[in-house]
Design a protein. Structure first.
Length: 153
């Protein structure tokens, strides 16, 4: 009998609302081998039974932290070798999508529900590289993306 491989997913988000929204997507990962990554070590408790990786929090105002974040996410992506990268943001999502694509992964960025007026900077950057960008607001949808298929919350 042929062994059926489960798809390998890297689900990555920064803390707070980004992490909460990512956790709400867990049912969509059913049947996959999922590794989670976030900025707080205690987030590992939310995904007990799955591999968990921590990386430093960063943003565009904290350039040095951003460099360390990129290095750590590069290590995570090279370690996990995901077939799919899914992120709800923020900067880590853009970084993981760029690196995931370099490893041949399919990628999806789901912009935070907090971005009701326009896409976040991370989503705008990811839009050039991700296989799919989703918004949680129907009025932000456009034919070339982002697409709207409902909200996570």
């Amino acid at each position: 009998m042929k062994k059926i491989d489960r798809p390998k997913i890297l689900a990555i988000a920064s803390g707070g609302g980004h992490w909460i929204q990512l956790l709400r997507l867990r049912p969509a990962f059913s049947g996959a081998e999922v590794s989670f990554a976030s900025v707080e070590q205690q987030a590992a408790q939310d995904v007990a039974g799955h591999r968990f990786y921590r990386f430093p929090d960063a943003n565009r105002e904290r350039k040095l932290a951003l460099i360390f974040q990129i290095i750590r996410i590069a290590w995570i992506v090279s370690r996990v070798r995901p077939q799919v990268v899914v992120s709800t943001g923020a900067s880590c999502g853009y970084v993981a999508i760029r690196l995931g694509r370099m490893f041949g992964a399919r990628t999806m960025f789901i912009d935070s529900i907090a971005n009701a007026e326009k896409l976040s900077l991370s989503a705008q950057l990811a839009q050039r590289h991700a296989n799919m960008i989703l918004t949680q607001w129907p009025h932000l949808e456009s034919p070339e993306g982002p697409h709207y298929h409902g909200s996570v919350i």
